[in-house]
Design a binder for this molecule. Structure first.
Ligand code: MLT
Length: 261
C-alpha cells in the first residue's frame, strides 16, 4: 500500500508486475481498486501503477480545484518520485481525461497512450451546468446521488449482479467532497482533440461495445486522430471494460506491448 508525498499531500498508488511502466488513472467516482483484476493479474510485460486521484481512496484531497491538469501533474509527479522518466499513460473515462491532460502537460513523458471508455471532447455549456448541479447534489446528499444516476448505465445489461455490487461498493467508498470537486473538474476540462492530433506515438483505444456513457463513436473519433492507433471494441462490455471483460482487456494490452518497447 505505498504512498508518496506530493506538495505535502499523501498520494496513494498500487503497483504490480514488471516491465514497461504503465500508469493507469481510474474513472469517476472510483478508486484504484477499480483496476483490481489488472492488479491481481498484471498485464504481461508491464509495471502497472494505479494511483488514487486526490481525495479518492488513500490520497489526500488538498485544497486546490481538482482540474484534470492538476490530477495529471500528480501522476507525473508520482512517476518522477519513482524515478521513471517515461511511461505508457492511460486511463478509463475521467482517467482518460487525465491522461490527455498529462499528454498536453508534457508529451516527452508519454511512451504510449491507452484510452479506455473515454472521450477527447469537452463538455458543452449544458454539460458544465449539469456537472455543477451534480456537485451540489453530492455535497448535499452524498454518493447515493451518483449511485442512482450512474450505476444503471455503467455496466452492460448482461453484467453479473456480483460485479454490479462490487462496483457499487467502490463508488460508496468515495468521499462526497472529492466526487463533487472532480465533477467540477471534469466540467472545466478542455477539448483534447488537438493534443491527440499532434501525438505521433503508440496509441491503444479500448471501448466496451455497449458503453452508453462514452460510446464507440467517441472511441473512434480519438483513434482516427492518431495515425497508426489501434481501436479495440470489446463485445458484451459497457463503460467499465476492464472490470467486465478483464481477459479481453489483457489481450488488448498484450498486443499493444510490442509497440511500446
Ligand atoms: C467516468 O466514468 O469517469 C465518468 O463517467 C466520466 C464522465 O462523467 O464524463
Amino acid at each position: 500500500m505505498p504512498d508518496v508525498t506530493l506538495q505535502g499531500r499523501r498520494y496513494h498508488y498500487e503497483r504490480a508486475g514488471s516491465g514497461v511502466p504503465l500508469l493507469l488513472f481510474h474513472g469517476f467516482p472510483f478508486t484504484s481498486e477499480s483496476w483490481r483484476p489488472q492488479l491481481d493479474a498484471p498485464p504481461a510485460g508491464f509495471d502497472l501503477i494505479t494511483p488514487d486521484h486526490r481525495g479518492f481512496g488513500g490520497s489526500d484531497l488538498g485544497d486546490e480545484p481538482l482540474t484534470m491538469d492538476a490530477l495529471a501533474a500528480d501522476g507525473l509527479g508520482l512517476l518522477s518520485a519513482l524515478g521513471l522518466e517515461r511511461a505508457v499513460i492511460g486511463g478509463l473515462s475521467m482517467g482518460g481525461y487525465v491522461a490527455l491532460a498529462a499528454l498536453r502537460r508534457d508529451p516527452s513523458r508519454v511512451k504510449g497512450l491507452v484510452l479506455v471508455d473515454t472521450q477527447a471532447t469537452a463538455d458543452d455549456e449544458a454539460g458544465r451546468a449539469r456537472r455543477e448541479a451534480t456537485a451540489k447534489d453530492v455535497e448535499a446528499k452524498g454518493l447515493q446521488v451518483l449511485v442512482d444516476a450512474m450505476l444503471p448505465k455503467l455496466l452492460a445489461p448482461s453484467a453479473p449482479a456480483e460485479l454490479r455490487a462490487r462496483v457499487e461498493a467502490i463508488m460508496r467508498s468515495v468521499a462526497p467532497q472529492a466526487a463533487a470537486a472532480a465533477s467540477r473538474g471534469m466540467g472545466s476540462r478542455v477539448d483534447g482533440r488537438d493534443v491527440l492530433a499532434r501525438y505521433a506515438g503508440p496509441c491503444l483505444v479500448i471501448v466496451g461495445q455497449e458503453d452508453v456513457i462514452t460510446p464507440v463513436e467517441k472511441a473512434r473519433t480519438m483513434a482516427d486522430l492518431v495515425a497508426g492507433s489501434t481501436l479495440d471494441v470489446v463485445p458484451s462490455a459497457g463503460h467499465l471494460v476492464n472490470l467486465e471483460a478483464p481477459t479481453a482487456f489483457a489481450a488488448a494490452l498484450q498486443a499493444f506491448h510490442a509497440k511500446v518497447l
